[in-house]
Design a protein around this ligand. Structure first.
Ligand code: GLN
Length: 490
């Protein structure tokens, strides 16, 4: 029996009931990696030796009759912009090619209390800038549903690994959609919690006022369990919210009777893929038949969200990435003096997209343009947030597509950055407003590519998102569809 294709909660029960051992489970995932990783290319670094030690530890615990936590012995992977002590953390950049963090991110510390089995670090767009994983300085990751397609991004490696069964769960980060969009492209579940819900300590900063860490999983049940582990106040992150974290597994109930769900017409953009629109509209009908009341809401500033984000995120990035100067840490290319050294280092070690954003950001922050661009963008950010505030006076939840298209072909978009930026229309507004949002599978296109449905919640109301997502998920089989990849080898 193969095990890689099962969600964590099923595997956890099998471990507890002694139907399998953690080492057996790990060996099956290793086998899966051997079978398909050369096609998918989700990993930048694999940590097989420590993974095996971790699995043995869990088996010893079980043999002694000790109880185990949800994630104990379940193999998962971590995006390569999250610091792992003693394990390379490159952000898929040449700049951090040899960076080995001397500390763990808070989320890694939290995971570690669970004795999970960490398989390695996953590929991503360089410094999380992008939506296809093609901006990785190392190699692109491929979509397990069609190897010619992108897995989405920037957490493309994390999403592809879960979809391919080369990890049972993974952790990603979302600044403008980087958990939800790859989850949608790869047919899995991904949630961006409320800004401040999960500590950003040890997440390599891209745009600090937007960045948030979250899980990518096979189904909503696993997502709720992972949220329980990851969420919580952290004094080491000054933007961490000191709010009570509910037990999200209590929201795993099939009940959305009377739930008011808003449908923003602005999210059904011109040029939206017809198959995606059909899948989303069918899902909305399903939510209605399950007892929800769907009403139209208006979010008039949605149109401005992309330009706002693509000013604010690069502005913050240009400041955050100033630290890679060849002096403190990261790579260095020697020069004739310090200015020449910094020039050479940053020219050689940053990729095209990162340089583009540093330039846009520096421009927007420069003395003559600060008010015209940066300050104006901050004001529009407030308007985008107000759209949500007003909508949430009338509804409990908002439903929308996660992305206007399914996964596209590798190389199709990356010659046109603007076209790629426009893809983020449905995910970016939540980051600007700091709101939680999940993407769950809701069907397929005619060419069998997955489509994701996005559910957006009020601040700190991940519980309602989980409840609605679970109710919807249990009414269909989409989450049980495994990417066809490697089928012949099973
Ligand atoms: N695609 C968006 C960007 O390129 C979002 C990235 C992210 O969420 N990290 O900035």
């Amino acid at each position: 029996m193969r095990l890689f294709d099962k969600p964590a909660h099923v595997l956890h029960d099998m471990l507890v009931n002694k139907e399998i051992t953690a080492v057996e489970l790990l060996n099956d995932v290793f086998l899966r990696i051997d079978e398909v990783e050369d096609q998918v290319k989700a990993y930048l670094t694999q940590t097989r030796k420590t993974a095996l030690e971790q699995a043995r530890l869990v088996d010893a615990k079980i043999a002694k009759g000790e109880t185990i936590g949800f994630l104990e012995g379940i193999p998962g992977a971590i995006k390569d912009n999250i610091c792992t002590m003693g394990v390379k953390t490159t952000c898929a950049s040449k700049m951090l090619e040899h960076f080995v963090p001397p500390y763990n991110a808070t989320v890694v510390e939290k995971l570690q209390t669970q004795n999970p089995v960490i398989l390695g670090k996953t590929n991503m767009d360089e410094f999380a800038m992008g939506g296809s994983t093609e901006n990785s300085a190392y190699f692109p990751t491929h979509n397990p549903w069609n190897l010619d397609c992108v897995p989405g991004g920037s957490s493309g490696g994390s999403a592809a690994a879960v979809a391919a069964g080369t990890a049972i769960w993974s952790i990603g980060s979302d600044t403008g959609g980087s958990i939800r969009q790859p989850a949608s492209f790869c047919g899995i579940v991904g949630i961006k919690p409320t800004y401040g819900r999960v500590s950003r300590y040890g997440l390599v900063a891209f745009a600090s006022s937007l960045d948030q860490i979250g899980p990518l999983t096979r189904d909503v049940t696993d997502c709720a369990h992972l949220l329980n582990i990851l969420c919580g106040y952290d004094a080491k992150d000054s933007t961490s919210i000191n709010a009570e974290v509910p037990d999200f597994t209590k929201s795993l109930v099939k009940d959305i009777k009377g739930l008011k769900i808003g449908l923003p017409k602005e999210y059904f953009v011109k040029g939206m893929d017809a198959d995606v629109e059909r899948a989303i509209r069918t899902a909305i009908k399903k939510l209605e038949s399950l007892g929800a009341e769907v009403v139209e809401v208006s979010m008039p500033h949605t149109d401005y969200a992309i330009s706002t984000y693509y000013l604010l995120a690069p502005a913050e990035a240009s400041s955050n990435l100033a630290r890679y100067d060849g002096v403190s840490y990261g790579e260095r290319v020697d020069g004739i003096d310090i200015v020449d050294m910094m020039n050479k280092t940053r020219s050689a070690k940053f990729g095209e997209e990162v340089k583009r954003r540093i330039m846009i950001g520096s421009y927007a922050l420069s003395a003559g343009y600060y008010d015209a661009y940066y300050v104006k963008a901050l004001k529009v950010r407030t308007l985008v947030k107000q759209d949500f505030d007003e909508a949430f006076e009338k509804v409990d939840l908002i439903v929308a597509p996660t992305a206007p298209t399914p996964a596209y072909k590798i190389g199709e978009m990356n010659s046109d950055p603007l076209k790629m930026y426009l893809q983020d229309i449905c995910t970016i507004p939540l980051n600007l407003a700091g709101l939680p949002g999940i993407s769950i599978p809701c069907g397929f296109t005619n060419t069998k590519m997955p489509v994701g449905l996005q559910l957006i919640g009020k601040p700190l109301d991940e519980a309602t998102i989980i409840r609605a997502a679970y109710t919807y998920e249990q009414s269909n089989e989409f989450h049980n569809s495994i990417a066809p990849l490697g089928e012949d080898k099973k």
